[in-house]
Design a protein around this ligand. Structure first.
Ligand SMILES: [Ca+2]
Length: 104
């Protein structure tokens, strides 16, 4: 039986490690590593990931300890917020479908 949540956690760590080990410090994402991760992994869920000007803004937003890098904890904050937003969007879409089906 697959353990979906554990698999999701493993995937989260794998994705972070894949991009974080591209240059220097393997425990955090530099600006260019974050840019690669946003473009490579979040282009459908985060429209701003396609706009190079937004990378700096996203970086500043994520970099809570203000060291100019995004560590795993800061990265997970982004994933958490996006996951909640996607869940809410899905729930809203489903509610609209139900509401529409009552009207017809
Ligand atoms: Ca940081």
């Amino acid at each position: 039986m697959p353990f979906k949540l554990e698999n999701a956690m493993d995937n989260l760590m794998d994705v972070f490690n894949y991009y974080a080990t591209r240059d220097g410090d393997k425990f955090s994402l530099s600006r260019s590593e974050l840019k690669g991760l946003l473009r490579g992994e979040l282009c459908h869920y985060l429209e701003a990931s396609r706009d190079p000007r937004m990378v700096d803004e996203i970086m500043c937003d994520l970099d809570k300890n203000m060291d100019g890098k995004v560590n795993f904890e800061e990265f997970v904050g982004l994933v958490t917020r996006l996951t909640v937003a996607m869940q809410m969007k899905t729930a809203f879409t489903e509610a609209k479908k139900i509401s529409y089906s009552y009207r017809t």
